[in-house]
Design a protein around this ligand. Structure first.
Ligand code: AMP
Ligand code: MG
Length: 360
């Protein structure tokens, strides 16, 4: 099995990036033969956030062209592909439908297996696109739609040990940026302004900070900032100081909650190996967060791993890779498989959104 070449075409369309990729596995190594990404930032910028209907239309306008480009970049034709995989959830239904219907159509016409991928599994395994890693390891996923700690015990064996009870971290960056009249997406803008401001000027709340669990809450942070914004003139100096104060607060939250997650991991995974923590999602690009996590790694003797930015943000390569893992195990899906807007990676994880109290 190991020396046979497997090639899967992966489609991603769960949010605001359309992406198609071909990944090959040969002798146990993965190679990204192509990874075409079309971001919709220009479409959603005006609204300060992703507009689901516009996102779905933009995916459907371009999906066929990206499939052709991905094959042509890989210098392959459909006959060289073993299976077609697509993100089937979680995400925005309109976008998921576009990718899933495209994949099912190809699967039917070409008579090749269709594989429905959980987007979070793609993020969980994406590190393998660039380096080999042994199970188990810990995933910290911080993106526009997700914020969670999940133990990747093995393939298809996932245990969530922390999540947000309201907004995702990327959402908090985007909403804060909007309150400060900064461009979308907010993360990079906040990061830029934060470097120039006084991080001690505003004391912002850190919900759930004193609880020993690895859960997050960011909605209160946004409300506190809205209250302060209402009482100030939004000068450049104010924006810089607020961005710096926000960034500092986030760094401290991520540091503390990651420390709690490492402790929770150690209670579940009992081996003497150095813990590896993969940090994925668009927010993983943030240098302030990277710096605090590296410091935590030294204190806790853990290793934080950051995939390249192109594989941290949404991409077809991680969906193709997850497709290969499933292909090797004959885990195919029927064409009747329906996209799932909500699809937790850990089936036993309790739905936490809106919980006012959290245990543990
Ligand atoms: P994703 O959901 O993985 O596609 O990533 C998009 C999210 O990542 C958006 O909420 C962005 O604001 C956020 N983001 C991107 N770059 C940064 C950054 N440098 N710092 C913080 N957040 C970021
Ligand atoms: Mg995105």
């Amino acid at each position: 099995m190991n020396n046979k070449k497997i090639r899967v075409l992966g489609i991603e369309s769960s949010c605001d990036e359309t992406s198609v990729s071909v990944v090959e596995k040969s002798n146990g190594d993965y190679k990204v033969l192509s990874n075409v990404v079309k971001s919709q930032i220009e479409i959603h910028k005006f609204y300060g956030g992703v507009v689901p209907e516009l996102a779905a239309r933009a995916h459907s306008d371009i999906i066929d062209k990206l499939i052709v480009m991905a094959l042509s970049d890989a210098k392959l034709s459909f006959k060289n592909i073993n299976a077609i995989s697509a993100t089937a959830g979680p995400g925005l239904l309109g976008g998921l439908l576009v990718g899933v219907v495209a994949a099912k159509t190809l699967s039917y016409i070409l008579n090749k297996p269709f594989i429905a991928i959980n987007h979070l599994e793609g993020h969980a395994l994406s590190i393998k696109l660039e380096r080999s890693i042994e199970y188990p390891y810990l995933l910290l996923l911080v993106s526009g739609g997700h914020t969670e700690f999940t133990i990747i015990k093995g393939f298809n064996s996932y245990k969530r040990i922390g999540t947000t009870i309201d907004d995702a971290l990327g959402e908090a960056f985007d909403k804060t940026a909007r309150l400060l009249n900064l461009d979308y997406p907010g993360g990079p803008q906040i990061e830029k302004y934060a470097k120039l401001g006084d991080k001690n000027r505003f004391k912002l709340p850190m919900p759930l900070m004193n609880e020993k669990n690895a859960h997050f809450s960011f909605a209160g942070l946004k409300s506190a900032i809205a209250n302060i914004v209402a009482k100030h003139r939004c000068t450049e100096k104010f924006k810089k100081d607020m961005a710096a104060s926000f960034q500092e607060t986030v760094n401290r939250i991520i540091f503390k909650k990651s420390q709690n997650a490492i402790r929770a991991y150690k209670k579940i995974i009992k081996n003497n190996k150095k813990i590896k923590i993969v940090v994925a999602g668009g927010v993983a690009a943030n240098k302030g967060i990277r710096k605090s996590l590296k410091r935590l790694g030294e204190i806790e003797d853990c290793e934080f791993l950051f995939p390249s930015i192109k594989y941290c943000t949404d991409n077809g390569a991680m969906i193709a890779l997850a497709g290969i893992e499933r292909f090797e195990r004959n885990k195919f899906n029927k064409l009747s498989f329906k996209p799932r807007p909500r699809w937790p990676l850990d089936k036993n994880a309790v739905f936490m959104k809106g919980k006012r109290t959290v245990e543990g």
